[in-house]
Design a protein around this ligand. Structure first.
Ligand SMILES: *Cc1c(COP(=O)(O)O)cnc(C)c1O
Length: 418
């Protein structure tokens, strides 16, 4: 299902016209579809019906309280990477017993907060972190449930910035060291070994890296069993890609049945941490064409959204489809445009070489912007962050108001005696 479709020549989110959203809430504006979010979560989970499993939405993909609250209501757990994300999940009504805590740099304060909340599991990423967690838990008289994040050294065949399962990156512990660290964990008084964790990267569009990584994890689980360490859950991480242009990522049900087949009859719960796959295609960034600027070399369409709103093109040279909200009939006037923002950086583009028939004032929808869009937005150039709206059938709800200019320097002070 695509929740963003043309109806009567106007692009809609479900049953609300995007030009109506622009006039009510202004631009730039993130627009999410509740139906698309719900369907993505339900489709992902459907593959695991009958298998003991937990789907933990990776909060960093989109930490909106409204989105977290929606997923919590559908039974989701959450994968967090900071104390801030923990607080968000709790504020959104998430169940602490369905939280996994990933990340290479957990502070003592973050460990304490998570132990107090009673989370499901810490995904420990180093031997030093394990030692620290044991100490923090001991001081609180608590037992910390842990998985070790192992680095299976498989090539996820994705952009190097979002590949995390190779030997040479900062995540997890080397596969070869894992057994030893588990043996150390086994004798720590305030650590309880619950699982094995692995996350190999993001925007992965082939099945094989997931299966290769899962094979390695399963061999480790079996080796641990031999040592008398029994594993209650395997966290297979996130990383399933989405279609931005013509990619064909694995279908959820194909992924699910392949993973279930590999698990076999082991009595082990499966945990997943999908982020992008649940939200990426459920959101668009709505923007207005401010100026058309033909130059000798290129035609620029300068829009009111920029790299501070959607960083992926500037950061990873990522592709997002760009659609006119009200496509013009006179396609003969179409030109090839550079779609750029107002920020003072040449890297501030949203799309290269897009064939569109445009006039100043036209609205554009930057597609597939629901993941790592608003969550990576900044105030660069003292630009207020965009409003966020969630559409539910023919209703729209403002889920985050546009920042005011005054919000942007509200925390600052000048020196007393200048
Ligand atoms: C980012 C991240 C995820 C989510 O990745 P997606 O590609 O958005 O599915 C899951 N787990 C961990 C540990 C992550 O860092």
């Amino acid at each position: 299902m695509n929740s963003f479709k043309l109806k009567n020549t106007i692009l809609h989110a479900e049953n609300v016209a995007l030009n109506q959203i622009a006039s009510e809430f202004g631009t730039p504006c993130y627009v999410y579809s509740k139906a698309a979010l719900t369907l993505a979560f339900e489709r992902f989970s459907a593959g695991f019906i009958g298998t003991n499993h937990l789907v933990c939405f990776a909060v960093k993909a989109n930490p909106s309280l409204a989105i977290l609250n929606l997923f919590a209501s559908l039974g989701a757990g959450f994968d967090i990477v900071s104390g801030g994300e923990l607080a968000r999940v709790l504020a959104a009504g998430g169940d602490p017993q369905k939280i996994v805590f990933s990340g290479v740099g957990k502070t003592e304060a973050e460990m304490q907060a998570a132990l107090n909340a009673g989370i499901f599991c810490f995904n420990v990423e180093s031997a030093s972190e394990l030692t620290r967690l044991n100490k923090v838990a001991a001081a609180m008289g608590k037992i910390a449930p842990v998985s070790l994040r192992v680095n299976p050294n498989v090539d996820a065949k994705t952009h190097p910035y979002i590949s995390t399962g190779l030997k040479n990156n900062k995540f997890g512990v080397a596969y070869e060291d894992a057994l030893n660290i588990y043996l150390q964990a086994a004798v720590m008084t305030n650590i309880a070994i619950h699982g094995v964790d692995c996350h190999i990267g993001s925007q992965i569009t082939e099945l094989s890296p997931f299966l290769d990584a899962f094979d390695r994890v399963l061999s480790l689980v079996d080796a641990l069993e031999q040592q008398g360490i029994s594993i209650q859950h395997i966290d297979a991480g996130g990383g399933i890609g989405i279609c931005y242009s013509d990619e064909t990522p694995p279908e959820f049900n194909v992924y699910a049945s392949a993973m279930r087949a590999k698990l076999g009859d082991r009595n082990i719960k499966l945990v997943f941490e999908p982020g992008r796959a649940l939200v990426g295609n459920a959101g668009v960034l709505l923007t207005k064409v401010e100026y058309l600027k033909p130059t000798e070399a290129k035609n620029f369409a300068i829009v009111d959204a920029a790299m501070n709103d959607l960083m992926r093109p500037a950061l990873y040279d990522a592709y997002h489809d760009i659609k006119a909200v009200q496509p013009r009939d006179d396609e003969s006037h179409a030109l090839i445009y550079e779609i750029v923002g107002p920020v003072c950086e040449s890297g501030d583009f949203l799309g290269h070489d897009r064939t569109l028939a445009l006039k100043e004032g036209d609205l554009l929808a930057i597609m597939s912007a629901g993941a790592y869009g608003m969550s990576m937005a900044s105030n660069y150039n003292t630009r207020p962050r965009a409003a966020e709206v969630m559409v539910d059938d023919d209703q729209c709800h403002l889920i985050r108001r546009r920042e005011l200019i005054a919000d942007l320097f509200a925390l600052e002070n000048t020196l007393p005696n200048v």
